[in-house]
Ligand binder design. Structure first.
Ligand code: ADP
Ligand code: ZN
Ligand code: ZN
Length: 725
């Protein structure tokens, strides 16, 4: 037999697929070691076939199979074709996605322990034992009663030499047992609820047809219950399920709900696991011991068989697109696996992506809506506060008077509050504190980004540069604000106002250690009254019944990132954060602070008017020709050597110019410039930004021109990037 093998050579931007003579035991989906250019390298068997087009006399033979059984199941082997053509990825990189590093490189072993068994007849053995071997006799007596015991425990009780002595004499047997390193979760009493009409309709519809569904349900409408019921039904048919959540490590509650509903049947996969945990969870899935996979983006590659449903919860979340190589779009992979298994795929959100809702409207996705909260709970009132008025009235603190009053009322009532600080890493815009003026690009409808090193404002879409503001061009004020508020500062200031109320802080700094999020959330959930101050990570999926107040300190930060999705993202954030309150009683209240109270995003968000927002936004995208009415592509070139970086960028840019000639007006925008963050981890970064019409050929041509091999230079292409930095 001839085997087609993907040879894994790093630093090679093209795929190497070669034919080798297979070993008799070689199977598709195995890892193998093959001779390649005078060395032995890792490879993956894609296919077995009877013949080859190559000269057989020159064909080499696989050196060894690295697996006894294929580690990559047929479905996932087949998926590599789809992935490479859809995302322009190398097959070798796709296998890296499919096999976690610990499995791929054999760096982790099963954790085992020894159990000592005694099955002999004690009465007939004892007479032959030396009377002085008291410990050995004690062990035998003990085992005779218990049958077996863990070796380490026996050694602790009776001494290691006694146990070893018995083993050497062959009087007892050793059995090697596998020990699971399972991430901790609490199994609680399963709070099974009776589905309401809307939920039942959703479950029935989804189970009836293996389509792609958009489940659009307001926060607290019971989407998770819908997911769990669909899964339960599929499990009873002998099928499996994958459920993705943005960052499972942030939502220990979700894990608890799942392990309680599906005891011993849930495996989790996310980046917060130790290598050992990841290894064992993966093995449990692979062997079919866990039929429900709950995880972050990469869990879409879980080696489950016979999939019955794939769910992507909070489908609008950024984390479903990877921001580094190999870049893929989780939704597309989910739809492919759904089709392969004839299983429904569910995208769920209170605030679907503009693109997803458009697909639902044109029938590509089936739309299911849950427009009411469960138990007739109302959506919490969102009060928009104009921060400009605060300044004019002499309050220059980051907290409006209403916010402080409502916060006080909340904690006085013994309830919990959440304060959300909107922060988006590097990006800062410049704004006038007096009149609310925001520096924007003359040519593009986006706000400018402040680069402190050069004292400049730059447009990240066209590259145009402006001098940083000293005075407001509008009102001449010198009170210019930039950057974002820090969580620590907010905690300190609030602690002075509320000296007796426990305040918890959740951000990148406080959650660095393993299970950091879990510990903070656990403490918060047990403490009333209390206040939780945090960044984006508190917006997601938490369900704490006692939260009666949510404050959004700086809503505008996400509004003025220079990105065509910034308004959409602000709408999503506000809705998600507001959704954390009033989940058990009708006592939720939200204060949203902004310098742009009239902006349509706040008008629609405060009224929970998703459709109104969608209509406005999709119109805007159409008139400005932004996605989904165009494609935005960014080619990011990075290198430690700046000259090489520039040269490669130039080379690709010249090719892009030719494409522009070829495609004419379809090619709407083309510019090369340093990336917004010019240097990360000692690497210089340059980018070519393009906006083009809806032509797949054009997109694939762009991928092709970026295929440049340059030593020490890496190239990364993003299609409709989430976050330009
Ligand atoms: P979502 O995922 O849409 O935010 P959840 O599924 O988390 O909503 O439901 C919110 C809360 O309401 C949870 O505590 C859940 O247990 C409860 N719940 C969901 N459905 C029902 C129902 N039909 N009857 C009573 N309580 C429900
Ligand atoms: Zn511009
Ligand atoms: Zn001004």
């Amino acid at each position: 037999m001839i085997a087609e093998v993907v040879v894994d050579i790093s630093n090679d931007s093209v795929d190497r697929v070669y034919d080798y003579f297979a070993l008799p035991t070689t199977q598709v989906g195995m890892r193998v070691r093959v001779p390649f250019a005078n060395r032995l390298v890792l490879g993956y068997v894609l296919k077995l076939k009877g013949d080859t087009d190559f000269d057989k006399s020159k064909l080499k033979t696989i050196k060894e199979n690295l697996d006894d059984l294929p580690l990559i199941k047929p479905e996932l082997v087949e998926m590599t074709d789809f992935m490479s053509s859809r995302f322009f990825l190398r097959k070798a990189d796709i296998f890296k996605l499919i096999l976690p590093a610990s499995i791929r490189n054999d760096t982790v072993r099963e954790k085992t322990f020894e159990v000592i068994k005694f099955t002999g007849d004690l009465a007939s053995i004892l007479p032959s034992m030396n009377k002085n071997a008291k410990s050995q006799i004690a062990v035998l007596n003990y085992l005779n009663e218990k049958g077996e015991e863990v070796r380490s425990k026996l050694s602790e009780k009776f001494g290691a030499s006694a146990v070893k002595g018995l083993i050497d004499k062959g009087l007892v047997q050793i059995e090697i047992m596998h020990q699971n390193r399972t991430p901790s979760s609490e199994v609680l009493a399963d709070n099974r609820v009776k589905l309401n009409k809307g939920q039942q309709y959703a479950v029935d519809t989804i189970l009836a047809n293996a389509d792609t569904y958009l489940l659009k349900g307001v926060t607290g409408s019971g989407k998770t219950e819908v997911y769990m019921n669909v899964i339960e039904s599929q499990l009873s048919q002998g099928k499996t399920a994958i459920m993705l959540v943005p960052e499972i490590s942030l939502t220990p509650q979700m894990l608890n709900r799942f392990t309680s509903r599906f005891p011993n049947n849930v495996a989790v996969l996310h980046s917060g696991l130790s290598d050992g945990e990841k290894f064992d969870e993966w093995q449990r899935i692979f062997k079919g011991e866990a039929k429900v996979v709950l995880g972050a983006r990469s869990a879409i590659f879980a080696p489950v068989e016979n999939l019955g449903v794939i769910i992507i919860d909070e489908e609008h979340d950024n984390s479903y697109v990877s921001e580094s190589n190999p870049r893929y779009i989780t939704e597309d992979v989910a739809i492919w696996r759904g089709k392969y298994n004839d299983a429904p795929v569910i995208f769920g959100s209170a605030t679907p992506k503009i693109e997803s809702y458009q697909k639902a409207l044109n029938g590509e996705f089936k739309l299911i809506e849950l427009n009411e909260r469960v138990n007739n709970l109302e959506m919490p009132c969102i009060q928009v506060v104009d921060m400009l008025n605060e300044v004019l009235d002499g309050n220059t603190s980051p907290y409006s008077r209403l916010l402080i009053n409502k916060l006080k009322e909340c904690v006085d009532n013994g309830k919990q509050a959440i304060l959300f600080i909107n922060r988006r890493g590097y990006a800062s815009f410049m704004m006038c504190r007096e009149c609310g003026y925001i520096a924007k690009c003359d040519d593009c409808a986006v706000s400018l980004v402040y680069h402190s090193s050069e004292e400049e404002l730059k447009c990240h879409f066209c590259g145009k540069r402006y001098r940083a503001l000293r005075n407001c061009p509008n009102c001449k004020s010198t009170s210019i604000k930039y950057g974002a508020l820090g969580t620590q500062r907010v905690v300190n200031e609030l602690q002075e106002i509320f000296p007796n109320v426990p305040i918890f802080r959740m951000d990148n700094d406080t959650t660095r250690q393993k299970d950091g999020h879990k510990k903070i959330l656990m403490q918060f959930s047990k403490t009333s009254p209390s206040i939780l101050v945090g960044t984006q990570m508190i917006a997601k999926g938490h369900d704490y019944p006692n939260v009666a107040f949510v404050g959004i300190l700086d809503a505008d930060v996400s509004l003025y990132t220079s990105d065509y999705r910034s308004t959409e993202r602000t709408f999503q954030l506000v809705t998600q954060v507001a959704g954390r309150t009033g989940r058990k009683n009708n006592d939720g209240f939200v204060v949203l602070q902004t310098y742009a109270p009239k902006h349509y995003v706040y008008r629609f968000a405060s009224q929970y008017d998703y459709v109104g927002f969608y209509n406005k936004e999709i119109n805007l995208r159409e008139t400005t020709m932004f996605p989904p009415f165009s494609h935005i592509l960014r080619i990011l070139v990075s290198s430690e050597d700046e000259q090489r970086c520039i040269q490669t960028t130039k080379k690709i840019y010249d090719r892009a110019l030719k494409l522009k000639e070829k495609y004419g007006t379809m090619f709407m925008f083309l510019q090369a410039m340093p990336a917004p963050v010019k240097r990360i981890q000692r690497k210089y970064r340059y980018q070519i930004l393009m906006r083009v019409g809806l032509s797949d050929n054009l997109v694939s041509d762009i991928y092709n021109i970026a295929e440049v091999q340059e030593k020490g230079v890496s190239i990364f292409i993003e299609h409709n990037p989430n976050n330009l930095r």
